[in-house]
Design a protein around this ligand. Structure first.
Ligand code: AMP
Length: 364
């Protein structure tokens, strides 16, 4: 197939232009809604047959992520392309980058898809991470456990893990070997960080380098899934500034355009970066209701070469995910004077994120 001439983005992209989104889940859905608010068209590409983002997009394509013919047609229809999940194959993004601009860039995505590369990158910026070791053999599994002090640790597959999948808590060298053999994939062993709580920074970087961060929420998980995000987090001002500065350093080093989520452990002695999500993030959903501009609009602005908006918050907020069959109680959620967002997903499978609800209180 002969490559097309790569389009260039004429920023700011004019309303009526088409923003392509790889991935059709709730994040793609809320991105498409934000794009529509600014007058853009969206084209969603997913390997599922009827993901929930298709319902709100101008057009959609359902095909495999390695279907070059379909990707080619998709790329030709778009003025710029973004993605809503980090596990979209690196090769897919590289292929599309050969036709049309992609934001965030494929290099950032490729790096953040591999937990080892990600940890080395963050540590190389002088930002604290959990101690970690690469594990690609039984011998390395034993050595890594010993090197991290023989204490509790977590083995994680280097690729494709999410919501606790591909992760196991490790208490002995033998269990480290067993977990590695069960995963059957290159992994990293991380020392267990004894944190007070988890927080995150949701921030946007524009094509011209402008940067805007939301106030960091405190995040509570249940069964490895985000249960709730609360803003403000009980972080003192110096720590909150430090968290935002870390996100800025990371975004600049990646030459990033778009929204990213930096997940943090807050410990007695300081902040530790756990993971970076190169996309809009579940712990930023409260921005839809508590801020003038949501993380979704901010991402679309960055991708389209528009100026970022002020990320200030007008209210305190608690965002609760609606998970699995909890969504059956939609009628009682509907009675709450709160920001209810349902994703229009069919089957309420256990652990499936069906919606979220944000409760606002006046900012002190
Ligand atoms: P992750 O997939 O890396 O975001 O990890 C999922 C969850 O596991 C985190 O939100 C933490 O609650 C927990 N976790 C992951 N890594 C560590 C660690 N090194 N120490 C303590 N808890 C961890």
């Amino acid at each position: 197939m002969s490559p097309l001439r790569v389009k260039t983005i004429s920023a700011p992209l004019a309303p009526g232009a088409t923003i392509g989104i790889l991935g059709g889940g709730q994040l793609g859905r809320m991105l498409a809604q934000a794009a529509a608010q600014l007058g853009f068209r969206t084209h969603i590409y997913s390997d599922e047959t009827h993901p929930c983002a298709f319902d709100v997009a101008s057009s959609h394509t359902s095909s495999r992520y390695d279907d070059e013919k379909a990707l080619n047609v998709f790329a030709q229809s778009c003025d710029v392309v973004t993605f809503e999940f980090e596990n979209v194959p690196d090769e897919t993004v590289r292929f599309i980058e050969g036709h049309v601009p992609v934001a965030p860039n494929g290099r950032a995505l490729g790096l953040l898809q591999d937990r080892l590369a990600e940890k080395n990158f963050v540590a190389g910026l002088g930002i604290p991470t959990a101690p970690f070791r690469n594990v690609e053999s039984e011998t390395e599994a034993r050595e890594a456990f010993a090197a991290l002090g023989g204490g509790p640790a977590i083995l994680k597959t280097r690729r494709l893990g999410y919501d606790g999948k591909g992760q196991r808590k490790i208490a002995s060298a033998d269990s480290c070997v067993r977990a590695f053999l069960d995963f059957g994939a290159p992994s990293i062993l991380e020392g267990f960080v004894s944190f007070e709580y988890e927080a995150s920074v949701i921030a946007a970087r524009a094509r011209d380098g402008a940067f805007a961060a939301y106030d960091p929420p405190k995040n509570d998980h249940e069964n490895h899934i985000l249960r709730r995000s609360t803003v403000p987090a009980p972080l003192d001002q110096a720590r909150a500034h430090e968290a935002v500065a870390m996100a800025k350093t990371i975004a600049e080093a990646l030459d990033y355009a778009g929204v990213l989520g930096v997940e943090l452990f807050v410990t007695k002695t300081g902040l530790v970066v756990n993971e970076i999500a190169p996309r809009v993030h579940n712990s930023g959903h409260w921005t839809l209701d508590a801020c003038l501009v949501s993380q979704f609009e901010q991402h679309i602005r960055a991708v389209a070469g528009w100026p970022l908006n002020d990320a200030a918050r007008h209210s305190n907020a608690v965002m609760e995910n609606i998970i699995g069959t909890e969504a059956d109680a939609f009628a009682s959620f509907a009675k709450n004077p709160a920001g209810l967002h349902l994703y229009g997903k069919g089957e309420a499978r256990p652990g499936r994120k069906m919606g979220h609800i944000t409760t606002l209180t006046p900012k002190a």
